[in-house]
Design a protein around this ligand. Structure first.
Ligand SMILES: NC(=O)c1ccc[n+]([C@@H]2O[C@H](COP(=O)([O-])OP(=O)(O)OC[C@H]3O[C@@H](n4cnc5c(N)ncnc54)[C@H](OP(=O)(O)O)[C@@H]3O)[C@@H](O)[C@H]2O)c1
Length: 453
């Protein structure tokens, strides 16, 4: 049945009710996200049709191996190993990319967009590295490229940033956007597990990959931070712009000191905007930080994620939920699929608001409060020597506490924990270098940034 609007695929209808527009969907990939997506489309089609007048028909699903068992099961007649045939099929209206990685996802998405097909993707690695080239192709062809699931899984953050908060002056965005590391840190904090024990448990439960590097070193969170920073600040930030520190060196002792001072340790992805005479600079970092226990991010436990947005007029907002997992991610993809299909049926699209390349403020010029844990000789005059090093580099101490020497420590030594006021990273590094050279300083056990409420 033909439609009056050439952007519409076809209209179907039963009885005397209004006719639904059938949108034929091509899905690239049928793994953790793709398979639940096919199931959700089947389950939610009636409700989607009732709400939007759009009915989805899964037309083709590209995979690597058509004989692999799939859970939930999928109609084998839909499967193909020739992904390019899906993006070039003129009967397919919208494409979903849930293969992952850079190639062939990049070429397939570009081909689909050039052919006038809107694309929905969950691929953070791709967008954080070469997103801008795909946004430009989408704009040039007047179609949507939507990627809610690439930023924080099921948590709606891209759409709020590009729609509800488009007029807001966003100053800082802080996220717990990696469920694996939040699970590990929660087990270490609440159950006293060591890092190695908590990681092994996360792997057993399927929260962590066998090679956990991308999660524990902060690369996954960094890709998400780059995407969110680009949308929040209307600029282009790529994965290589993000400064990373992982969680592998966090010890039970750090956790205990954090608790003692009223903090909890979280891996944070932070994007900040700094206005200057030429416009603005952006700082994007991922590191484990001591977060004040009264801060809303401190209560985000286990594999849950959250994004905390600080706006000049809106104030503080927090978006919370599942940042990963097949069904949560498929839910976000489905939301985008409906949006892209509705836009296509109206003959409209919404350009991605990522502007020109950001000027990145390097980490050594960024500011934060810091926590230092220093082991020193327990002799008179040491405290003055240590605090003098802070003073010489303009790092002001907010609180300081000498800890009881723990069992494993040598007698005649003391642990001093310092919390500083906000200081610039390069001054903190200079302080650290001087402390390391002091005869009275035996060892610097840890240095963590501190986030106050
Ligand atoms: N899993 C999550 O919780 C989550 C959360 C947020 C975002 N994401 C993103 O979602 C995307 C998909 O993740 P996933 O966990 O679903 O991955 P996955 O389980 O590894 O599934 C990838 C799928 O792509 C297919 N595939 C791989 N290479 C292909 C090729 N050359 N041609 C056609 N099909 C190909 C695979 O086919 P076979 O099945 O035949 O091997 C598989 O079905 C990634 O970008 C990921 O970053 C995932």
């Amino acid at each position: 049945m033909s439609s009056e609007n050439p952007a519409l695929a076809s209209e179907t209808g039963t009885g005397s009710g209004p006719k639904a527009v059938t949108v034929r969907v091509g899905i690239l990939g049928c793994g953790n996200v793709g398979a639940p997506l096919v199931e959700l489309i089947g389950q939610r089609n009636d409700a989607i049709e009732a709400a939007t007048g759009i009915r989805f028909e899964v037309a083709a699903v590209a995979v690597r191996n058509t004989s692999k068992p799939r859970e939930p099961a999928i109609d084998e007649s839909l499967l193909t190993t020739v992904a390019n045939s899906v993006v070039t099929d003129p009967s397919i209206d919208v494409v979903v990319e849930v293969i992952g990685g850079i190639e062939p996802a990049r070429s397939l998405i570009a081909e689909a967009l050039k052919g006038g097909k809107p694309v929905v993707t969950a691929n953070k690695e791709l967008l954080a590295n070469v997103g801008v080239e795909l946004y430009e192709i989408a704009d040039a062809n007047g179609v949507d490229l939507l990627f809610e699931a690439a930023a924080a899984g099921a948590i709606p953050i891209v759409r709020p940033l590009r729609e509800s908060l488009l007029g807001e002056d966003i100053q800082r965005l802080m996220g717990i956007v990696n469920g694996t590391t939040n699970y590990i840190l929660t087990r270490m904090t609440e159950d006293g597990a060591s890092y190695a024990e908590a990681l092994a448990e996360a792997q057993q439960r399927g929260y962590a990959e066998r090679d956990p590097t991308a999660d524990v070193e902060g690369y996954d969170a960094g890709a998400k931070a780059a995407i969110m920073a680009s949308i929040a600040f209307g600029t282009t930030v790529v994965a290589g712009d993000v400064y990373h520190e992982g969680i592998a060196n966090i010890t039970q002792e750090d956790i205990a000191f954090a608790k003692h001072f009223g903090y909890t340790i979280k891996l944070l992805a932070i994007a900040e905007r700094f206005a200057d005479d030429e416009g603005f600079e952006v700082g994007v970092t991922v590191y484990p930080a001591m977060v004040d226990e009264t801060h809303p991010l401190a209560s985000v436990r286990g594999s849950f994620n959250a994004v905390f947005v600080e706006g000049a007029a809106a104030g503080d907002l927090m978006f919370y939920g599942r940042g990963a997992g097949g069904y949560p991610t498929a839910s976000a993809v489905l939301g985008d699929l409906i949006d892209a299909s509705a836009n296509k049926t109206r003959g409209s699209f919404r350009p991605v608001p990522a502007g020109p390349r950001a000027r990145i403020r390097p980490v050594d010029a960024l500011g934060s409060a810091f926590y230092f844990n220093v082991e020193v000789d327990d002799t008179p005059g040491v405290l003055a020597a240590v605090s003098g090093a802070f003073g010489r580099h303009g790092v002001s101490i907010r609180s300081m506490e000498q800890q009881v020497v723990s069992e494993g420590d040598e007698l005649g030594r003391a642990r001093i924990a310092f919390i500083t006021h906000e200081a610039v990273e390069r001054d903190v590094q200079a302080t650290l270098a001087e402390l390391q050279d002091l005869d009275a300083v035996f060892r610097i056990h840890s240095v963590l940034r501190v986030i106050e409420s």
